[in-house]
Design a protein around this ligand. Structure first.
Ligand code: 5BU
Length: 259
């Protein structure tokens, strides 16, 4: 089944595949900035080139609910999905509150979020209860990009099995390679992607778009390789880098999927 003809597990996953095809971009930019104004300006600059924007909303110093309203407007303006990289990791009852409530009200604006499988199926039940009625989707963390990750192959396999039990809500995985899931409709999103450096001195490990797409990735997640450092942000340069990664990701998809 070709990447372009694939049909995914849910309407949200299909929406993402449609955006990827329409914009010819499998690039998700991770905007790990701490101030609302720089975050929004960066998203506006790279928005035309991405299928998705990934946030860490809890690092914003001046958070106000208007920020997520502006982010939602930009997602409509530029045609991308929003993925809050919250990495939920608690019991079902707690994560349902963390997802729906608090200052950030993640479920109200984020199309996708993610969770560790570690607590067991209850974590998916808790998130699904909140997210499914809002047409949200979940990614399970099957593998991480960081050196020394404890997610071994049996943990990854158990995560895949958990996703199969909840395929109405789980649309895919954060992983470093395809997990044998192409014909099950699950999507693979991969962080730890960079063209110029191999690491960040704090455990992050980078592979190129070619390497991760060869390994079976659908969506490449790039942070600092596109955004640079918030303190010396250059929006024009970030837009150029987004275009560079978009092209690298799309060329790799076309090569691997023979189109
Ligand atoms: P970078 O600047 O490209 O290194 O940023 C990578 C982003 O992806 C950053 O927001 C991390 O929190 C996130 N990430 C990751 O790097 N590796 C993982 O395994 C997971 C998330 Br899960």
């Amino acid at each position: 089944m070709s990447f372009f003809e694939r049909s995914a597990s849910s309407p949200l996953a299909n929406q993402l595949l449609e955006i990827i095809n329409r914009k010819q971009s499998n690039l998700c930019v991770s905007v790990d900035f701490t101030h609302s104004d720089t975050l929004l300006q960066l998203v506006d600059a790279v928005g035309p080139h991405v299928c998705m924007i990934k946030t860490h909303i809890d690092i914003i110093c001046d958070f106000d609910i208007n920020l997520v309203h502006s982010l939602s407007s930009l997602s409509r303006k530029h045609d991308f999905l929003i993925f809050e990289d919250r990495k939920f990791a608690d019991i079902g009852n707690t994560v349902s509150l963390q997802y729906s409530s608090g200052a950030h009200k993640i479920a109200s604006w984020s199309h996708l979020t993610n969770a560790h499988a570690l607590p067991g199926d209850g974590i998916v039940h808790g998130l699904k209860k909140v997210g499914l009625p809002l047409n949200r989707g979940l990614l399970l963390l099957a593998q991480m990009s960081s050196a020394g990750s404890l997610a071994d192959s049996s943990y990854t396999q158990a995560t895949l099995d958990m996703a199969r039990r909840h395929s109405d809500f789980v649309i895919g995985f954060i992983a470093q390679q395809r997990l044998g899931t192409l014909d099950e409709g699950f999507l693979i999103l991969t962080p730890g992607v960079g063209l110029d450096v191999k690491g960040d001195g704090m455990g992050q490990q980078y592979r190129t778009p070619d390497e991760v797409v060869d390994a079976g990735t659908d969506v490449i997640i790039v942070g600092r390789g596109v955004t640079g450092n918030e303190h010396s942000v250059d929006y024009i340069k970030s837009a150029e880098q987004a275009l560079r990664y978009k092209k690298a990701g799309w060329d790799a998809i076309r090569r691997v999927h023979h189109v």
